[in-house]
Ligand binder design. Structure first.
Ligand SMILES: [Zn+2]
Ligand SMILES: [Zn+2]
Length: 143
């Protein structure tokens, strides 16, 4: 895949991604819902580097383990990343003009609000299922 570029609503922050899309998901957890003021956070991970440019890029520590990137000028949601792995953020796919990879899973569906119907086009995972998968992947990394 060629590099992709995207930007926030006002254009002050730009993102360039390298490599392939390795995963996409829509997170319906309470924190994502609050940040987006209603909807899920639709994010993608990439096999290569992700570079954000722009003075208004701001990172907010939303928990002990995670940070959320947004534009301090226009407020666009930009990314979510683990503090432990800042080089591998989930980039908000709405920043790109034409992002073609479908959402592969809906996560934290048990925290999803009742005012929206989560599409049935990809697996649904509860928060507990997501955390169990994450812990299993950490154990694999240790071996
Ligand atoms: Zn902006
Ligand atoms: Zn979330």
């Amino acid at each position: 895949m060629t590099n992709m570029t995207g930007q926030c609503l006002c254009g002050a922050v730009r993102v360039e991604t390298h490599g392939e899309v390795t995963s996409t998901d829509a997170c319906h957890c309470m924190m994502c819902r609050r940040q987006n003021a209603g909807g899920a956070f639709h994010g993608a991970h990439f096999s290569g580097d992700v570079a954000f440019k722009g003075d208004s890029l701001t990172w907010f520590a939303s928990s002990d383990w995670g940070e959320r990137g947004f534009c301090g000028r226009c407020g666009s949601t930009l990314a979510w990343r683990m503090k432990a792995s800042p080089d591998n953020p989930a980039v908000a796919i709405g920043l790109f003009d034409d992002f073609k990879t479908p959402i592969q899973s809906h996560i934290f569906v048990d925290e999803g609000p009742s005012y929206t119907i989560i599409p049935d086009n990809a697996p649904h995972k509860t928060g507990a299922e997501v955390l169990a998968e994450f812990e299993a992947s950490q154990k694999q990394d240790e071996q």
